[in-house]
Design a protein. Structure first.
Length: 100
């Protein structure tokens, strides 16, 4: 057997099929999801008591983006009464754009 194998190896450079070991490899592809914020956020047009008119309300995140400050600054200014704000029934704080 060994002699046959050597003979074939020398003559053709290929291994006999019986000596070829098959191996399975599992390749796992991991995918990432990239979320791109395009600048479209929920905006509500509701009555603002402080403005005494219907005003556009944006999320704290968008308010921070519009005012070019952090969301912590927006929350602080809203808590301090500087910004007009309301909380939706789902608990999302919306900030009046007029008060930014
Ligand atoms: Zn307002």
């Amino acid at each position: 057997m060994a002699a046959d194998y050597n003979a074939m190896k020398v003559s053709s450079g290929m291994k006999p099929a019986a000596l070829i070991k098959k191996r399975k490899a599992e390749v796992i592809f991991e995918r990432e999801t990239t979320v791109v914020f395009t600048g479209r956020y929920p905006r509500l047009k509701v009555w603002c008591a402080e403005c005494a008119t219907e005003a556009e309300m944006v999320t704290v995140f968008e308010a921070a983006k519009l005012a070019r400050v952090s969301i912590f600054t927006i929350h602080g200014r809203a808590d301090g009464g500087e910004l007009h704000h309301q909380t939706t029934s789902s608990g999302v704080r919306m900030v009046c754009v007029n008060s930014l």
